[in-house]
Write a protein that binds this ligand. Structure first.
Ligand SMILES: *Cc1c(COP(=O)(O)O)cnc(C)c1O
Length: 405
């Protein structure tokens, strides 16, 4: 963390998010900008060889002491500090995308011949990472239902990692993170959690028992659909060392301008998340009254299967939801094409509303779907919506005309 973190007089994250990474004042004039500039550089310049040696020594001790541009200077350090404060971590390691942060965390914790248990509600590309790269390196993975029985049955002597995502991708399945982490620690597994949904603001895996939190800053932290970014955050000294090594060896780097955009986005993280969550709740209230809607997947919704876990473990909600509808495949395509305010596209966490269809093959890979879907849901289709900052009355009017079409 940068020295500024110790000066924060409050634990309240909304205040901290406005004060992390303030630009320093000029020691002579006593004046300076409010916002920290984007510190672009490819390398670091030292006043003397002694200073260089001291910096190298600090780096060897594992401190954040840049000797080269790859890890970045003040802008990167401020973003790392911000992510540590959000997630309750000691160090954050930046990556050029959420997926790059996931690969970095997995490669830091797994070696040839080892095995990871991965919950089957995981972000789809993690399966692709295993199929394409990790399997080739002799690392095996099992994708299993997030229950202690199933995990216990799939545990092997060479299992080293439990990889979770809560709530899970596509159907927002809430996991019992404290129970899963406790079980994993009994078996000496490192618990890695994809916390893109919570982004440290409404959900804190490290406080719930995880060892590494991974977040796609591409989503709510950036918040404006204009940058790609990821990070792995931990409070464990041994994992700091492993992540540091892997981050450095892989050459993962983030442009100062993207780090700067992420800091700018994070200033309004709370405002945006709260407003998206409010709007999503209003949209859910409308959706729940529609005869074509059979189920809402939204942990803050009282009818969601994970609602009690959400109440216990999360401190808020956001704009992401899925909805099971009675439409056939051609009908759902027509509904999506009829929407005017919702962009058709993947991703979420920006200022704008988006819609996609959840692929039937993706549903089939989530054991949660088999557990919760009744006959009616199985004959229908599932839409995923990101509810943005537009007026919810307009979003509802748009959905109404599309459902009628
Ligand atoms: C988008 C997403 C990612 C990947 O982030 P990128 O920056 O697009 O690589 C990882 N996990 C979850 C849950 C996501 O939604």
């Amino acid at each position: 963390m940068t020295s500024s973190s110790s000066e924060h007089a409050t634990d309240r994250i909304d205040t901290r998010l406005q004060h992390i990474g303030q630009a320093p004042l000029d020691p002579i004039t006593g004046a300076g900008p409010v916002a920290l500039p984007s510190m672009r550089t490819s390398t670091v310049r030292f006043a003397s060889m002694d200073v260089l040696d001291r910096t190298q020594a600090a780096k060897q001790r594992g401190e954040r002491a840049p000797t080269y541009g790859r890890v970045g200077l003040q802008t990167h350090a401020a973003l790392e500090d911000l992510l540590c404060q959000l997630e309750g971590g000691q160090r954050a390691f930046l990556a050029p995308s959420g997926m790059a942060a996931i690969s970095m965390a997995l490669m830091a914790c797994l070696s040839q011949g080892e095995h990871a248990l991965v919950v089957d509600c995981v972000y789809g590309p993690v399966r692709y990472l295993h199929q394409t790269i990790l399997s080739r390196m002799g690392i095996s993975m099992d994708f299993v239902a997030p229950s202690l029985d199933r995990l216990q049955a799939a545990l092997r002597p060479e299992t080293r990692v439990l990889y979770l995502e809560s709530p899970g991708s596509l159907l927002l399945e809430m996991l019992d993170l404290p129970a899963l982490s406790q079980w994993a620690h009994q078996h000496n597994l490192t618990v890695i959690v994809d916390n893109t949904w919570g982004s440290g603001y409404i959900y804190q895996p490290l406080a719930l028992g995880a060892d590494i939190s991974v977040v796609a800053g591409t989503k709510y932290i950036g918040g404006h659909s204009d940058l790609m970014l990821g990070a792995a955050i931990t409070q464990d000294a041994a994992l700091v060392h492993k992540l540091h090594e892997t981050h450095y060896a892989l050459g993962s780097t983030v442009s100062a301008d993207d780090a700067w955009l992420a800091i700018r986005g994070a200033r309004t993280l709370g405002l945006r998340m709260r407003t998206c969550a409010e709007h999503a709740m209003v949209v859910c209230q409308w959706l729940a009254r529609q005869p074509q809607v059979s189920h809402l997947f939204f942990p803050a919704w009282p009818g969601d299967h994970g609602h009690a876990l959400w109440q216990r473990d999360a401190t808020g909600s956001n704009g992401l939801l899925s909805v099971a509808v009675d439409f056939t495949e051609p009908q759902v395509r027509q509904v999506i094409d009829s929407l005017r305010l919702f962009g058709i596209g993947y991703s979420w966490g920006g200022y704008e509303s988006l819609v996609t269809q959840v692929e039937p093959s993706a549903l089939a890979s989530h054991s949660y779907w088999a557990r919760v879907a009744d006959e009616r849901m199985k004959t229908g289709t599932v839409l995923r919506l990101h509810i943005g900052l537009e007026d919810p009355a307009d979003l509802i009017a748009d959905l109404r005309q599309a459902f009628a079409a």
